[in-house]
Design a protein around this ligand. Structure first.
Ligand code: PLP
Length: 444
């Protein structure tokens, strides 16, 4: 009997005893193709020798220093690599240990920025329904996922309000163009600014491609340009949460590059360190850094493990590998193969309502009826059944639930490593297709 409080207290997860490349081996020797890198984390797969060596080297050199007393070479080099020369004006970095910590820091940084520039009325945040920004209380308050929020509602700050997600499959109306849909959503955001009082809003927070809650949903064309304009018109910041979709996962280093805009604060995590070490980061516009430097002189925030040298060394090597091995191009090519494979295998399936995503970040959404897009009864737990069937067949995929209107719904998210082979991508499609059919045979 385990002494760990696992996610499910009724079933114990299998033990992973080895992880190498795209594969995880369980006790007993069952080998599983890791098609989602956990929750879209393992962008280089497992055990990449360059990253393992970089970690080993760093632990032997400087294992830990407190960021209030010292900086470290890998932290400085990682910041140098990530900001200062990319398009979009991001000029500074702040390293933490997870996506939730990064979101918390981004919210506080936005608030502090407005205090520094004398706009203390700005204390509200607007985010989107069915979004996920993390599980700590500030991040959970920002997120708009009703099911995750419900048990903790009394603890969540009232400073957050939510507008509609940009979810074409469920939100775009009959006969409405993508551009018109984007304009309608931007008008809703504008109305929310007006309702709150535009000079009370600190920031709008959004995932460029929605991950865990809706399953790899990119926004309609023009959406991010339109919401950027709304924020600019009212002097609010745009915080983009690329914890899941960032650092190459969608085929460009940052997902926002495909939208023709740049954020004021960008939040990254999973693909930054690829799971080799826990690390997240804020990438920050110069005007915010200047406001703090010329104002109070310090970001009123901190954790024990800020800019942890070993985590930064791991992330630095992950990012070097992505650049030096041309992995963004590989994400684009493998992403196309994955998309085509899913469409060929499941595109006509009567219970696959939508196949969507970008790069190596794709999901399928299951529906009980393609015409009405009605989700399956949540009591059936279809997404978990698919996950179980897939695992038994040697495939790890990431199940999720949620529809834009907050009903349960079922989707399966795929996020294979950028280093996967063509054969592994084909195997993912084949095994997922079989698992979907097996699970549906038990419910439909
Ligand atoms: N933001 C997004 C978009 C996420 O997908 C996640 C995690 O799944 C988080 C924030 C929280 O990150 P973490 O689990 O590292 O705290």
């Amino acid at each position: 009997m385990t002494r760990i409080l696992h996610r499910s207290s009724r079933t114990e997860p299998p033990l992973a005893v080895r992880a190498e490349g795209s594969w995880i081996t369980q006790t007993g020797g069952h080998r599983v193709l890791d098609a989602s890198g956990g929750a879209a984390v393992s962008c280089l797969g497992h055990g990449h020798p360059r990253v393992v060596e970089a970690i080993r080297r760093q632990v032997g050199q400087v294992d830990y220093v407190h960021s209030g007393f010292f900086s470290s070479e890998p932290a400085e080099a990682l910041a140098e690599m990530l900001v200062g020369h990319e398009p979009g004006g991001l000029a500074g970095a702040y390293f933490v240990s997870s996506g939730s910590e990064a979101i918390e820091a981004a919210l506080k940084l936005a608030r502090q920025y407005f205090l520094e520039v004398g706009q203390e009325r700005r204390q509200r945040f607007i985010a989107r329904r069915q979004s996920y920004h993390g599980n700590t209380l500030g991040a959970l308050a920002a997120g708009g996922n009703a099911l995750r929020r419900a048990p903790y509602a009394p603890l969540l700050a009232a400073a957050f309000s939510h507008v509609s997600p940009a979810h074409a499959y469920r939100g775009q109306q009959e006969g409405e163009s993508e551009e018109a849909f984007a304009r309608r959503l931007a008008a809703e955001l504008e109305a929310e600014f007006q309702r709150l009082g535009p000079d009370t809003v600190a920031a709008f927070v959004a995932e460029p491609v929605v991950g865990a809650t809706l399953g790899c949903v990119p926004a309609p064309a023009g959406y991010f340009r339109a919401v950027r304009e709304v924020c600019d018109r009212h002097g609010a910041l745009l915080i983009l949460d690329e914890v899941m979709c960032g650092m190459g996962r969608t085929g460009t280093l940052h997902a926002w590059e495909q939208e023709g805009i740049a954020p004021d604060i960008q939040v990254v995590a999973k693909g930054l360190g690829g799971g080799f070490q826990p690390i997240g980061a804020l990438l920050i516009q110069g005007k915010i850094l200047v406001a703090i430097r010329d104002g109070s002189g310090s970001f009123k925030h901190g954790h024990t493990y800020v800019a942890h040298p070993v985590a930064c060394a791991a992330a630095l090597e992950v990012q070097r590998v992505i650049r030096e091995e041309g992995l963004l191009g590989q994400v684009q090519a493998l992403g196309q193969r994955l998309r085509q494979g899913l469409e060929a295998r499941l595109g006509q399936h009567p219970h696959v309502g939508d196949i969507r995503g970008r790069g190596l970040f794709h999901a399928i959404e299951l529906v009980s009826d393609r015409e009405s897009k009605a989700p399956f009864d949540p009591a059936l737990q279809l997404n978990l059944r698919i996950r179980e069937a897939a695992l038994a067949a040697g495939l790890a995929c990431y199940p999720g639930g949620g529809t834009a209107d907050g009903r349960a719904g079922d989707h399966i998210l795929l996020a294979p490593p950028y280093t996967a082979t063509d054969e592994e991508i084909d195997l993912i499609v084949e095994r997922l297709g079989a698992a979907v059919e097996l699970a549906l045979a038990g419910v439909a």
